[in-house]
Design a protein around this ligand. Structure first.
Ligand SMILES: NC(=O)c1ccc[n+]([C@@H]2O[C@H](COP(=O)([O-])OP(=O)(O)OC[C@H]3O[C@@H](n4cnc5c(N)ncnc54)[C@H](OP(=O)(O)O)[C@@H]3O)[C@@H](O)[C@H]2O)c1
Length: 231
């Protein structure tokens, strides 16, 4: 089923993520130092000047988001950070295997199950359950932030991704890793879907020779938030 034939949804989604040139979101052991402290290289092209930027900043992206759907692997990594990276957002953690939420760890980050503090966290057991919650609770025109490779692919193969903001780091990582699009082609084919095509909205050079591209998924309609080509 092509994305344009997907059942209508009252919510829009965006991936906002970064990969190596060989599609890895993280090394197999979750390390992302290639992204956060890359090898210095003064020969990189200089960043696009602020007044000419055509891609949203993370802050602009988050200002349009109330709900985050995150895979359990990404949730575990986020919980291990010194500070919770997404304060005041509703979080749906996609997991079949998690018996219960790690409430002690969450409390240390100001997170709860009832909406107080840094945000409300719920475990959802299936992608269908995610849809039920989003259908019922996302306010019109607001974005859902989809995070984690497997989780992103679950949305992509259903035609449920509207926008992608992707930073590409100038490195091919040695060894294995956790991919973003890996295996998606076969999954699309198995679902009877064709190619996923994207409309380029913007592109910027950012720090350390990284390139940030902003796409809309073709056929999923224009975001109400981004009709002018920018958030
Ligand atoms: N570079 C970046 O910008 C960036 C961005 C995001 C994440 N990351 C990194 O990417 C890595 C995580 O990505 P990932 O692809 O390994 O995993 P992920 O999508 O974060 O999480 C995968 C987990 O989600 C659950 N899940 C997935 N599909 C499901 C479904 N249909 N129903 C129920 N549960 C489902 C399963 O949890 P259970 O096993 O518990 O059932 C699965 O193991 C981490 O290292 C993270 O830090 C990097």
């Amino acid at each position: 089923m092509p994305p344009s034939a997907a059942p209508s949804r009252p919510w829009k989604t965006r991936l906002f993520t970064a990969t190596s040139l060989n599609d890895y979101l993280a090394r197999s052991d979750h390390s992302i130092t290639w992204l956060t402290s890359p090898t210095p290289n003064p020969s990189h092209a200089v960043p696009t000047p602020p007044e000419r930027k055509t891609t949203p900043t993370f802050e602009q992206h988050m200002s349009t988001v109330d709900f985050i759907v995150m895979g359990r692997q990404t949730f575990d990594v986020c919980l291990s950070l010194p500070e919770w990276p997404y304060p005041k957002k509703e979080l749906l953690v996609l997991s079949r295997g998690m018996d219960c939420l790690p409430v002690d760890l969450m409390r240390g980050k100001g997170l709860g199950q009832s909406g107080e503090g840094n945000g409300k966290v719920r475990v959802v057991r299936s992608i269908e359950e995610v849809k039920q919650v989003l259908d019922a609770e996302v306010r019109s025109g607001r974005m859902v932030y989809v995070d984690g490779g497997q989780t992103a692919r679950e949305f992509l193969r259903r035609g449920w991704v509207d926008e992608v903001v992707l930073t590409v780091a100038p490195v091919v990582l040695a060894g294995g890793g956790r991919g973003l699009f890996c295996g998606l082609g076969a999954e699309l084919e198995a679902e009877g879907m064709g190619d996923l095509e994207f409309t380029l909205v913007g592109v910027d050079v950012i720090e350390n020779g990284m390139v940030k591209v902003y796409y809309r998924v073709k056929g999923n309609g224009e975001s109400e938030i981004c009709e002018s080509g920018h958030i």
